[in-house]
Design a protein around this ligand. Structure first.
Ligand code: HEM
Ligand SMILES: [Ca+2]
Length: 228
């Protein structure tokens, strides 16, 4: 999502070749597919033909996208309601094997006292990355999700969790919750199993509730609904 700016580059190129044909929803899905491959993850065959929504509300994002301090119960029920099972959800969170977390989402685990579920040496390292309890939202202070293999979509995430080096509360809770912990151990031990489950779950996510036919439109500009 950090690179949404490229959606416009891709859309402009597509509009030149085939105007009004490829939706923004398909661009985002196929970008995720290719991003996964570029990061050493599995190749996932995705369908195309999604239409874009004719409306756009911020509240829909707030009501459906999980928050870093949501409970495990809520996160599980959100994903289960769209047909993704527990091992699929554990695998999806493996996306936190790449990328970064900004200090605003981290400092509550470091200050005023260190979260006891966090490895103490790792907490010291994170304090170095996020030196104050109230980071300036404009300052781009962050830590990498996975210090070992930050640019590879691998099962290192699960091995980090087992060493108490999960960055978000939800990450660390995967190892303490009895419904998810057996899958963490299995994925930590077997990268192939992680990739298979990740591929299956991303496919389910990509096929959740697509708009087809007149339910949607192909946007001309991905940032706006088409004017009538
Ligand atoms: C279970 C619920 C989830 C929660 C609560 C959650 C929360 C977060 C948070 C708070 C960040 C850090 C954002 C920042 O500080 O910039 C993050 C980063 C990230 N998340 Fe999640 N996430 C969840 C599930 C997922 C899923 C299912 C995926 C993909 C399949 C995913 C992929 C990513 C990636 C790639 C990043 C790194 C972004 C970057 O480097 O800019 N997350 N997530
Ligand atoms: Ca990694």
């Amino acid at each position: 999502m950090r690179n949404f700016k490229y959606v416009k580059t891709i859309k402009d190129a597509l509009e030149q070749e085939c105007p009004g044909t490829v939706s923004c929803a398909d661009i985002v899905s196929l970008s995720a597919r290719d991003g996964i491959v570029l990061l050493g993850g599995p190749r996932i065959e995705m369908k195309t033909g999604r239409k874009d929504s004719k409306r756009s509300y911020l509240s829909e994002v707030e009501n459906t996208i999980p928050n870093h301090n949501d409970s495990m119960e809520l996160v599980l029920s959100r994903f289960q309601s769209i047909g993704i099972d527990t091992q699929g959800i554990v695998a999806l969170l493996g996306a936190h094997s790449v990328g970064r977390v900004h200090c605003v989402n981290l400092v509550h685990r470091l200050y005023p006292t260190v979260d006891p579920t966090l490895d103490p040496d790792y907490a010291e390292y994170l304090k170095g990355r996020c030196p104050t309890p109230d980071p300036d939202p404009e300052a781009v202070l962050y830590s990498r999700n996975d210090r070992e293999t930050p640019m590879i979509l691998d099962n290192m995430y699960y091995n980090n969790l087992l060493k108490h080096k999960g960055l978000l509360v939800i990450d660390q809770q995967l190892t303490s919750d009895p419904t998810t912990s057996p899958f963490v151990e299995k994925m930590a031990a077997d990268n192939g199993y992680f990739h298979d489950q990740f591929a299956r779950a991303v496919l389910l996510l990509s096929e959740n509730n697509p708009l087809t036919g007149d339910e949607g439109e192909v946007r001309k500009d991905c940032r706006y609904v088409n004017s009538e």
